[in-house]
Design a protein around this ligand. Structure first.
Ligand SMILES: [Zn+2]
Length: 453
């Protein structure tokens, strides 16, 4: 499809800061400038961007889409991570059917898309000994239908572990052979290599410290590297990770990760809230990245990741919404807004800039996921971009319109959105999705979960 986006109020691009128009051909940005003329000889759809600012599509580097139907569960509202895992996600996990997973994924992706995201890395962990492959297929299907880029981080556990939950709810772990066989089946069926892949697979044991054996971690790391797949997990979300690593393995969590071959430029971790100077120096020295998830960390009272110190040390900061059972908003824009604010609360008004935080949420995320053709608005890049309508009362008083969505936060109105030049939001409507039908389907999923739990 060919498009000419015209008359934007401002465009977030380092290479074309004064552009107001963007031309898209065959999925790519081919021209950026002022008053670009339509090309009748090469028909294109005109998109009126007046009243809008155009940003690169946001890149979410950590989610659990399954949790979109587990928001605000009363039993987990005032719990820390360990108690919450047992009373919310592990409690419902064995009861999620492929049909529920499909509607949960549609809801989570819809929420991301309407906040400005065009790529989602989902840490999908609904795998156990007798897991149905249809649970994973539901995630791929939902992403394909809505047209968002999907990076499926394939979770796993080889032992019940030191977090409460798996044993309590009768979830039997997989063997390492099952994990590798199932990973390989997914890789052959869905994974695409290349800097503009629409679907990618990542090897992502759910917890390094609590539910994986050292041998299983090494086997998965070696298999991932043999197959050029990236690696992801949770680490140091709470101090319990550090104390468990010391009591189980006699070393710090970060040294344990390194001993299992789980640090490197192909690895990123969600959270890393409790990173001490030694952890920061090992992460930086090995090129390991972070998915910083401030909303979830606030909600569970886990703390604030030292993202400013990490960036100063050379660590690549990216942003994730984390699952909606611990971050009920499911909005990438909310993560940007909170990331901008929360480090200022700690370190003063020069701790973050708007441009820096937008980079965390776009370019850095794209680079971390290996999607190097996305994440910025430049001629030659894939056309992953979003039009925020700021022609509305709450934005009208803003003196610097380009960053208005980030400063003012939710609710935002995404008027149009494109992934690889395919329009996935048009006139404020997410293509291929009826909002009232989605609401009814999700309400039905919640009723079924409650009946069965
Ligand atoms: Zn998570």
């Amino acid at each position: 499809m060919n498009y000419l986006i015209q008359n934007a109020k401002a465009i977030a691009s380092e290479t074309a800061p004064d552009a107001r128009d963007i031309r898209i051909r065959d999925g790519r940005i081919t021209e950026m400038g002022l008053n670009l003329a339509p090309t009748p000889e090469d028909p294109e759809t005109l998109v009126d961007a007046s009243g809008c600012v155009v940003w690169p599509g946001l890149v979410n580097t950590h989610h659990h889409l399954a949790q979109s139907i587990m928001k605000g569960v009363p039993e987990g509202l005032n719990h820390n991570l360990g108690e919450w895992l047992s009373s919310v996600p592990f409690r419902y996990w064995p009861r999620v059917t492929p049909d529920m997973m499909y509607h949960a994924a549609r809801l989570g992706l819809y929420e991301l898309i309407r906040s400005g995201a065009t790529t989602c890395a989902d840490h999908h962990y609904l795998y156990h000994n007798t897991t149905s492959p249809e649970l994973e297929e539901a995630v791929w299907q939902a992403a394909e239908e809505l047209g968002i880029r999907m990076v499926l981080c394939r979770g796993s556990a080889t032992e019940a572990g030191s977090h409460e939950g798996m044993i309590e709810h009768g979830i039997a772990a997989e063997t390492i052979e099952q994990i590798i066989d199932r990973l390989d089946a997914t890789r052959k069926k869905h994974h695409q290599a290349g800097p503009d892949a629409m679907k990618k697979l990542v090897v992502a044991p759910t917890s390094l410290i609590h539910s994986s054996s050292p041998e299983g971690l090494k086997a998965q790391a070696r298999w991932a590297r043999e197959n050029n797949l990236k690696m992801h997990s949770h680490l140091l979300e709470v101090g319990f990770d550090e104390s468990q690593a010391r009591s189980k393995y006699g070393m710090s969590a970060i040294d344990y990760a390194e001993s299992c071959e789980w640090l490197g430029p192909d690895v990123w971790y969600a959270h890393l809230v409790h990173s001490d100077p030694h952890a920061i120096s090992r992460l930086a020295a090995t090129g390991t990245g972070i998915a910083h998830c401030p909303t979830s960390n606030c909600r569970l009272g886990s703390g604030i990741a030292p993202a400013i110190d990490m960036e100063a040390a050379g660590i690549q900061i990216t942003l994730g919404v984390d699952g909606s059972a611990s971050a009920e908003s499911g909005s990438m824009l909310q993560e940007l807004n909170l990331a901008w604010l929360i480090h200022r609360a700690l370190k003063g008004p020069r701790a973050t800039t708007l441009e820096q935080v937008l980079e965390w949420g776009s370019r850095n995320g794209a680079e971390l996921l290996g999607l190097h053709d996305t994440g910025t608005l430049d001629v030659g890049k894939a056309a992953d971009l979003v039009l925020y309508d700021i022609d509305q009362p709450r934005f009208a008083g803003v003196h610097s319109p380009l960053m208005a969505p980030l400063m003012c936060g939710e609710p935002v109105h995404v008027r149009d959105s494109f992934v690889q030049g395919r329009q996935i939001v048009a006139g404020g409507q997410v293509n291929g999705l009826d909002e009232s039908e989605l609401t009814r389907n999700v309400q039905d999923c919640v009723s079924r979960l409650l009946r069965e739990a």
